[in-house]
Write a protein that binds this ligand. Structure first.
Ligand code: HEM
Length: 475
């Protein structure tokens, strides 16, 4: 059966331009072997495909697996818009013991049911309730950053703790306060689990269970999964008790409350609830902190743009650094909006998303074989010089309406698109603007390093190898 599937994929794949690599191994030995080198390698391949045959997609054989990476919006249209091809690649399987199969990782009808159930959580009125929480944790962040003025430091861990606190509070109604308590077991265990998951997908000796056992990977993994689950389970039972006793503040509804309320009607078990909470924590904090880190990196290196964004924010708040950011304020920051957009273009927090094709899929002129992987790669599309000339240059004005004409809707996809897009997109955008505008009101950012010297690590999210090293000064 495996051989039959392999031959079939070989046959269809041969009709698509690009080389097939060597027998058995395919392109395995040409690929980058680290989270830093492989994205670079993909970009080089994409450039060669563009130059050689006007290509808009590359194909890669890794042993018997076939992987396709389209790098223009039109070539992505059929996968993005498909209501059938919504299943994730096996690459996420490693996270299953921790995250279960909640929304992000669910497939087929389970995904459809969960998406329908969870969509109201991000309804406009719910989001308004979350704005207060975002402001509150931003204030804590600002207080802590004041102590860092005048010297170079890596701001990324602070962004991470702040977004973790926001998501924990909005998803579970629990004030984790990791900004003050970074050494908490839960905080440490989820950070460890992300690293372990990444290692398991990058390092061939961890690709089988024996290797994971003998290296101690498995043991460390299991201990951390246990810690994470104990924490979320504890929070859920605590919340259920509070709700039962009617002690939850009506203005401070958490996402978890909605799940608990739906428990009986939608037949959700405790584990179902836990897996959704876990997914929100996972999908919601590291992505947003990467976006924050990269935006600050960009603004630190482009003083004129930072100044312009600051002036825009100053128009709104004057010298009042304490006033909370309201929903209305957020609509009055078009320039900051473009700065954030351009940061997400150049450094998309989720650089690659993998789908597993259940059936054949027509993509542009090509018929992609079932059983192959199709990668939705914001990183590749956003750095395609035919769409974004001089792609490595940071220029927020690319997103002025007059400069966006002619761009395909899927030429810009930091949150993916279509039915399986990011459910937390609006939530993330509010949070980004609240935190960045608050930081700009109080601090001036600069950096002593080269803008493009930073090494890009494509882990589940796109990270800076050396961290986001900046210097801040009080305004
Ligand atoms: C800048 C921040 C963010 C970025 C760049 C981002 C990006 C993405 C992308 C690209 C996907 C598609 C993943 C895939 O197809 O495998 C996705 C899905 C998802 N995101 Fe986000 N995300 C962000 C913030 C958030 C936040 C704050 C939340 C929750 C509050 C969230 C929750 C989710 C969930 C639950 C899914 C799965 C949706 C589904 O499969 O139906 N994300 N996100």
């Amino acid at each position: 059966e495996t051989l039959k599937s392999y031959r079939y994929r070989k046959r269809l794949s041969a009709l698509i331009p690009g080389d097939e690599g060597i027998p058995i191994f395919g392109n395995l030995f040409e690929l980058g072997r680290s989270s830093e080198s492989s994205p670079r390698h993909f970009l080089e391949r994409a450039k060669a495909a563009r130059d050689e045959w006007n290509g808009e997609m590359i194909k890669i054989w890794v042993m018997h697996d076939t992987v396709f990476l389209p790098f223009t919006g039109p070539m992505l249209q059929s996968i993005i818009e498909s209501n059938e091809e919504i299943n994730k690649g096996v690459d996420y399987d490693i996270f299953e013991p921790w995250l279960g199969r909640g929304l992000l990782l669910a497939s087929g009808d389970k995904w459809r049911a969960r998406r329908k159930l969870l969509t109201p959580t991000f309804h406009f009125t719910m989001l308004l309730g979350y704005i207060d929480t975002m402001n509150r944790h931003t204030k804590v962040l600002m207080g802590i950053l004041e102590n860092q003025c005048g010297k170079e430091f890596d701001i990324y861990p602070y962004m991470k703790r702040c977004t973790l606190d926001v998501i924990c509070d909005t998803a579970m109604g629990k004030d984790l306060d990791s900004l003050h308590h970074p050494e908490q077991p839960y905080v440490k265990s989820i950070s460890k689990l992300m690293t372990l998951g990444m290692n398991a997908s990058m390092l061939p000796h961890l690709w089988n269970s024996f290797g994971r056992w003998v290296t101690g990977w498995q043991k460390e993994h299991d201990i951390n999964v246990q810690t994470a689950h104990d924490f979320t389970k504890g929070v859920i039972s605590e919340r259920m008790e509070l709700l039962e006793r009617g002690e939850v503040d009506a203005n401070k509804k958490a996402f978890l409350d909605m799940l608990i309320a739906e428990k009986d009607r939608s037949n959700l078990s405790m584990d179902d609830i836990r897996e959704e909470v876990e997914i929100f924590m996972f999908a919601g904090h590291d992505t947003t902190s990467a976006a924050l880190g990269w935006t600050l990196w960009c603004l630190s290196h482009h003083q004129d743009m930072q100044e312009r964004a600051f002036q825009e924010v100053r128009e709104i708040f004057g010298d009042d650094v304490d006033r909370d950011c309201t929903k209305d304020d957020l609509t009055r920051m078009p320039y900051l909006d473009r700065c954030i957009k351009e940061s997400l273009r150049l450094f998309p927090p989720v650089p690659f998303v993998i789908r597993h094709l259940e059936e054949e899929l027509q993509t542009g002129p090509y018929l992609l074989p079932r059983g192959s992987s199709l990668v939705i790669a914001p990183y590749m599309v956003h750095r395609n010089e035919r769409i974004y000339p001089r792609p490595e240059v940071y220029d927020p004005d690319r997103f002025l309406p007059e400069n966006s004409t002619g761009r395909h809707p899927y030429d810009y996809i930091p949150f993916s698109a279509g039915p399986r897009n990011c459910i937390g997109q609006k939530f993330a955008q509010y949070q980004l603007k609240i935190i960045v505008s608050s930081l700009l009101r109080t601090f001036r950012f600069r950096s002593e390093r080269e803008f493009n010297s930073v090494s890009l690590l494509s882990e589940v999210v796109l990270k800076a190898g050396e961290g986001i090293n900046v210097v801040i000064e009080a305004r």
